[in-house]
Design a protein around this ligand. Structure first.
Ligand code: ADP
Ligand code: MG
Length: 250
């Protein structure tokens, strides 16, 4: 479903992604692990077009969503189409990014109504279903400031789901949480993975990767060093750098 081919990305003289290639099939959960600064967030940001790539290409269902700038100019007319396609990719960040002046339910219906032009009643009804799914149906009228970090992140997940995306990209969704809030968020994510949602998850939670991932990608210094099943990467890593990293986090 999502195909990343030889993606390069630099910030100034600093080459941050060095020919990164991988694919994610429909329904698959792929976890990306690796040391801080290895390029994990940049990969997600390139897929979601928060960054423009230097070269390579990224497709969603065989349709181009990111390409080098020159190629971009050639297909400029299709820009609107591309923006339309990336609406199909939800994103959940470390820092929740909820709208503070809106209630939980308003947070969920803002984008479906404002961006997709959906009927408010429909977006509201489905939003309530997703709140129930993440265990927060009683918080619909609360404001984000009244919620714990774990509750905020579950709202952020419900908000992403209410756009009915084809896939959701998670960037360290539990890293900003107090330890007692981590599990409730991972439980929701495990449920989504089991339910067949396509997910790319950057995480330091090796327990989650082991339980929920179909495949684990280890990145270091802008490259994919090793890819395999959770057992292959976390229990029997072949590469010395993977071995060192896994040892340091387990
Ligand atoms: P990770 O998520 O694995 O910790 P990142 O993708 O955030 O790594 O960053 C990879 C490298 O790119 C780091 O060296 C970081 O400092 C650099 N970087 C990321 N974003 C920017 C930016 N907007 N401008 C300059 N350098 C950046
Ligand atoms: Mg990061």
């Amino acid at each position: 479903m999502i195909k990343i081919e030889k993606v390069r990305k630099s910030f100034g003289a600093h080459l941050v992604l060095k020919d990164v290639s991988f694919e994610v099939a429909k329904g698959e959960t792929v976890c990306i692990i690796g040391p801080s600064g290895s390029g994990k967030s940049t990969v997600l940001r390139c897929i979601n077009r928060l960054e423009v790539i230097d070269s390579g290409r990224i497709t969603l269902n065989d349709e181009l969503i990111a390409y080098r700038e020159n190629e971009g100019r050639l297909v400029e007319l299709r820009e609107r189409e591309v923006l339309n396609r990336i609406k199909d990719l939800g994103m959940v960040f470390q820092g929740f990014n909820l709208f503070p002046h809106m209630t939980v339910l308003q947070n969920l219906i803002e984008a479906p109504v404002g961006v997709k032009g959906e009927k408010r009643s429909l977006a509201t009804e489905r939003g309530r279903d997703y709140l129930r799914m993440v265990g927060l149906e009683d918080k619909a009228e609360a404001y984000p400031v009244m919620l714990s970090g774990g509750q905020k992140q579950r709202v952020a997940i419900a908000r992403a789901l209410n756009m009915e995306p084809q896939a959701i990209l998670f960037d360290e969704p539990t890293s900003a949480l107090d330890p007692e809030n981590v599990n409730e968020v991972l439980q929701v994510m495990k449920k989504l993975a089991k339910g067949g949602l396509t997910m790319i998850v950057v995480t330091h939670e090796m327990g989650f990767a082991r339980e929920a991932a179909d495949r684990v990608i280890f990145m270091d210094d802008g490259r994919i060093v090793e890819v395999g099943t959770p057992n292959e990467i976390l229990s029997w890593p072949q590469n010395a750098r993977t071995q060192a990293f896994v040892k340091s986090v387990l």
